[in-house]
Design a protein around this ligand. Structure first.
Ligand code: SAM
Length: 284
């Protein structure tokens, strides 16, 4: 009798991906979502929210580095950073690598994700929540953005997909409120999903954001456990053209910062904005 190997399945409408697991380490229905942590053979510990992979020990850095360093290094003087979502602490960890950042505010709706990530996935936040520059707020990102009197240099929306509590973070009202809390040279980035699995998300976001920002540009990269190939993020600013800084200047910034990364580098940064023709046509 073949051993029944336990698997966890991420189920899309017409695609399923299975990951063989050693065990389910934790499972909880929080006030906001279903949260599960498994120990997978291929990717180590893996966090799923409402059945979708959010982050894994072995490929989290692809995503967290690209979400953090592209806007922070494109900004001339990023001091005040806002992260919406990001309860696992991965984007926060990367943002805090930049000594010029004086404050990083994380607005996470579900305290259980932070508690749980600190306890079971400590390597992802890697102490970032205890950094004196960190301010952790448990609130709906949409409500926070509507009410805050603060202004930000970089805003990173590291939310789950547009289902459940994150749905409002893909709305026109949220983007409008976001545009109102950014400093003049502010940059906002937000994940806009898989080009293959979520083909409608990018144009929808782009059309809403073009009304609010002078520069709206997508950049793409891969994250092995975000299935379907290229994953997308949108970069928005009224002052900073995503074409700047050029490669030489950017590479100097990376070197001068002494930035230590495993995926991100200046070439990857510049290359990521050169999107495939089919994607360009989809956006037009
Ligand atoms: N890297 C993941 C991705 O690309 O799908 C996202 C990681 S992070 C775990 C996503 C976080 O967004 C979750 O912790 C979730 O609780 C949080 N979130 C969802 N809706 C939110 C909202 N309205 N306000 C603040 N945080 C929210």
């Amino acid at each position: 009798m073949t051993e029944t190997m336990p698997w966890v399945t991420e189920a899309w409408e017409s695609v399923e991906t299975r990951y063989r697991i050693k065990s389910v380490l934790y499972e909880q229905k929080t006030d906001f979502q279903h949260m599960m942590l498994v120990d997978s053979h291929a990717y180590g510990k893996m966090l799923l929210l409402d059945g979708f992979v959010q982050t894994t020990e072995r490929d989290e850095f692809f995503y967290h580095e690209m979400m953090a360093h592209v806007p922070v290094l494109a900004h001339p003087n990023p001091e005040n950073v806002l992260i919406i979502g990001g309860g696992d602490g991965g984007v926060l960890r990367e943002v805090l690598k930049h000594s010029g950042v004086k404050k990083a505010t994380v607005v996470e709706i579900d305290p259980a994700v932070v508690d749980f990530s600190k306890k079971f996935l400590p390597g992802i936040s890697s102490g970032a929540f205890d950094d004196p520059r960190t301010r952790l707020v448990f609130d709906d990102g949409a409500r926070f953005v509507k009410n805050t009197q603060n202004r930000y240099d970089v805003v990173i929306v590291d939310s789950s997909d547009p289902v459940g509590p994150a749905q409002i973070l893909f709305s026109a009202g949220f983007y409008r409120d976001l545009s109102g809390i950014m400093n003049p040279e502010g940059i906002m980035t937000r994940q806009t999903g898989s080009l293959q699995m979520q083909p409608g998300e990018q144009k929808q976001a782009g059309d809403l954001l073009k009304v609010l920002f002078t520069h709206v540009a997508f950049y793409v990269f891969t994250v092995p456990t975000y299935i379907g190939g290229l994953f997308s993020t949108v970069f928005c600013s009224n002052a900073v053209d995503p074409e700047t800084p050029g490669y030489e200047e950017l590479n100097k910034k990376v070197t001068d910062t002494g930035l230590s990364t495993r995926y991100y580098n200046a070439g990857i940064h510049k290359g990521a904005f050169h999107i495939p023709n089919f994607f360009r046509e989809r956006l037009s």
